[in-house]
Design a protein around this ligand. Structure first.
Ligand SMILES: [Zn+2]
Length: 98
């Protein structure tokens, strides 16, 4: 199985800038699902992604494999002005959830 790229490798590609509202450092990425820009807090957290591994020899249980990875919090979750972003998004999108 190919190794996923080291999450540290994105560091050189991040264009970190202050949030226009709260001035915290953020960067933008593009969502894989619908190719929309998403603002992310610049400081990563260590989170653990767990995947189903091989069957443990002699048993029927399958191992759970833990991958410690850098993960980024969507800035909407931490920005004190998040409601302002939602208002902007609502004006552009017709199928936004309320
Ligand atoms: Zn902000």
């Amino acid at each position: 199985m190919p190794r996923p790229p080291d999450s540290k490798s994105i560091r050189g590609f991040r264009d970190i800038r202050p949030c226009r509202k709260c001035r915290e450092p953020i960067f933008f990425a593009t969502t894989a699902k619908n190719h929309r820009p998403i603002p992310l807090d610049a400081k990563p957290q260590k989170l653990v992604r767990v995947e189903l591994g091989e069957t443990i020899p002699g048993g029927t249980q399958r191992e759970l494999i833990a991958h410690v990875e850098d993960a980024y919090t969507p800035h909407h979750a931490t920005c004190p002005y998040a409601d302002d972003f939602r208002q902007l998004k609502g004006k552009r999108s017709t199928n936004a959830k309320s």
